[in-house]
Design a protein around this ligand. Sequence first.
Ligand SMILES: N[C@@H](CCC(=O)N[C@@H](CS)C(=O)NCC(=O)O)C(=O)O
Length: 370
Amino acid sequence: MTKRCQASVAVTTVVLMRSDRPTTVDNPAAEEHNSRVADGQEFVRDTAFIETRITRDGRDGYPVEPGRYRLVVARACPWANRAIIVRRLLGLEDAISMGMCGPTHGVNSWTFDLDPGGIDPVLGVPRLKDAYDRRMPGYPKGITVPAVVDIPTGAVVTNDYPHITTDFEVEWTDHHRPGAPDLYPDRLRDEIDEINRGVYTEVNNGVYRCGFAGSQQSYDEAYRRLFTKLDELSERLSTRRFLVGDTITEADIRLFTTLVRFDAVYHGHFKCNRSTLTEMPVLWAYARDLFQTPGFGDTIDFTQIKAHYYLVHRGINPTGIVPDGPDLTGWLTPHHRGRLGGRPFGDGTPPGPPKPTEVVPAQNWVPVHG
Ligand SMILES: N[C@@H](CCC(=O)N[C@@H](CS)C(=O)NCC(=O)O)C(=O)O
């Protein structure tokens, strides 16, 4: 069977959904699939993904193959940001191309409105929904980023973001750059997975549970859990430079993508306002350390981040006014975390600069004077 035929068999048969999970799709006024919370209810993230995996052995019909897949992201999205960072750190840019949606989307879909003519130059479509429909006509769930698309068929292979990054780390090793770090070392996987579980429920998703809470009680509980966890992480990171081991791992990437959005969005828009990130000294220095590491801060587009949250979530920001602040200049100040030891890339090396087509516009980043 040709590769193309294998792929189309997979298209019709390998959509696995965890449909037993509770979903939150009953408020038609909300704009984002995952912000639809009925009054009085707790926010429950819909975690039903297209779970197909791209693996070395191709067991789901999609083998690792450089040039075959396109990672579709929006810089605004924290879940997509993980994949952008991992692709950069591992030097997978030439093996897996990247399509970028604009910061906002309608009820229906993210669009390629940043591209000339509003068409993704590789997939040839204006909306991410077109790739989901290729996979499953009338795809009934959120049209979410990140998604990996099979270029020959134009169909989404997976939007299972927790596996997208770990598969880049484990399945794509033959195509990593020389000097790429091991972000998911075998010997540390149990510890990384355990940290990730707590960071996901309390922090990554915790900020959304604050922001989209449908009752005072569910907000109070989410807020309490969020800051309890952030205090615990501060304690952990007060004596160690990184979350697990003495190098950057997948665990740091997952925490970073929430911390970097904290003051720009979550503190105000999601009411996570016990403290700003800048008022939590350990986490603030830790986040700056990562931000200043090649492959992290250079993926961050603060303008798109703010535009996404404040414009898309009209349910909690009806005016659509995007705040001018906060002052971003602190991100480039010294972090002094080197004194804790640790070597960000272990025996490896930092990545080079981003591809010219993937550089975040200077006006959307930290103002740099001089
Ligand atoms: N399915 C994942 C995808 C990550 C996600 O929620 N991405 C957001 C942007 S940050 C998205 O694409 N939202 C579009 C939608 O829900 O309609 C999840 O929600 O757990």
